[in-house]
Design a protein. Structure first.
Length: 254
């Protein structure tokens, strides 16, 4: 267990977890901007929605989350006969997995691509977003018109657009939560700012917790070894710390 006020840095070790972490980041961004009902808050919420739809149209995140949940359920269900298992807690997490897996199964596999294709406003804004300043009122007047509608109308549209995104996101967040909770943290010291670690087979995520605000870790990891290099800011440039740095680390796998 680590203190909540420690800075946490995460390094995914495979493409599935890397994509899941990006989705989690974008969902947090979307949640933040949806609470802002100003003109620019609405724009930011639409941009976050488009980023999520684009990521989900390029990667089968729904399918990957479903596979991860099914695999984890199988592993956990096999523990039911052990005497040292909290059967109530196990039943709760299995029920949660079943609920999320059932919700994912009801989402069309290509929902994101369909949304970007069939929603005229989203399609127009998405086509202009790669251009700096490309969503000005003279570029997409329909967008300007939509932004002038009532809060109720805008909230209804955004809720409809993001409903399947949130369903997939809930599955992703459950996978990441179980992954993070699957490991315990250990205390280490990076001598002269560098630490080498032999990672266990099938490690999927490395988490480094730092109390020192003057340094930050750069984590590089392969199949068998990870390197944690602590950096500090020197006149606007990142330099490796020359002193020893104490930190906590957890290596997670499902």
């Amino acid at each position: 267990m680590v203190d909540d006020d420690l800075s946490c840095y995460e390094q995914p070790l495979n493409e599935r977890i890397r994509t899941f972490l990006r989705v989690e980041h974008l969902l947090t961004r979307l949640s933040h901007h949806r609470a802002d009902t100003s003109h620019w808050g609405r724009r930011a919420a639409v941009e976050a929605t488009l980023d999520l739809l684009n990521v989900m149209s390029r990667h089968d995140i729904r399918g990957e989350a479903s596979k991860a949940l099914v695999a984890r359920r199988s592993t956990l269900a096999a523990l039911a006969e052990r005497e040292d298992i909290d059967t109530r807690a196990l039943a709760d997490i299995l029920a949660e997995i079943d609920a999320r897996a059932g919700e994912l199964a009801r989402i069309p596999p290509q929902f994101a691509a369909y949304r970007l294709r069939d929603e005229a406003l989203l399609k127009s804004v998405n086509n202009r977003t790669p251009i700096a300043g490309g969503t000005c009122s003279f570029d997409v007047p329909a967008y300007r018109h939509w932004l002038r509608q009532s809060d109720a109308r805008i909230d209804t549209d955004i809720a409809r657009w993001v409903a399947p995104i949130e369903t997939v996101g809930a599955g992703v967040e459950l996978v990441l939560r179980m992954l993070r909770e699957s490991s315990t943290t250990e205390t280490y010291t990076a001598e002269s700012g560098v630490f080498l670690h032999q990672t266990a087979s099938n490690t999927q995520l490395i988490r480094v917790f730092v109390a020192d605000d003057d340094v930050f870790p750069e984590i590089s990891a392969g199949r068998h070894r990870a390197t944690v290099r602590f950096m500090c800011d020197v006149e606007g440039r990142s330099r490796q710390a020359s002193r020893d740095v104490d930190f906590h680390m957890a290596c997670s796998r499902l």
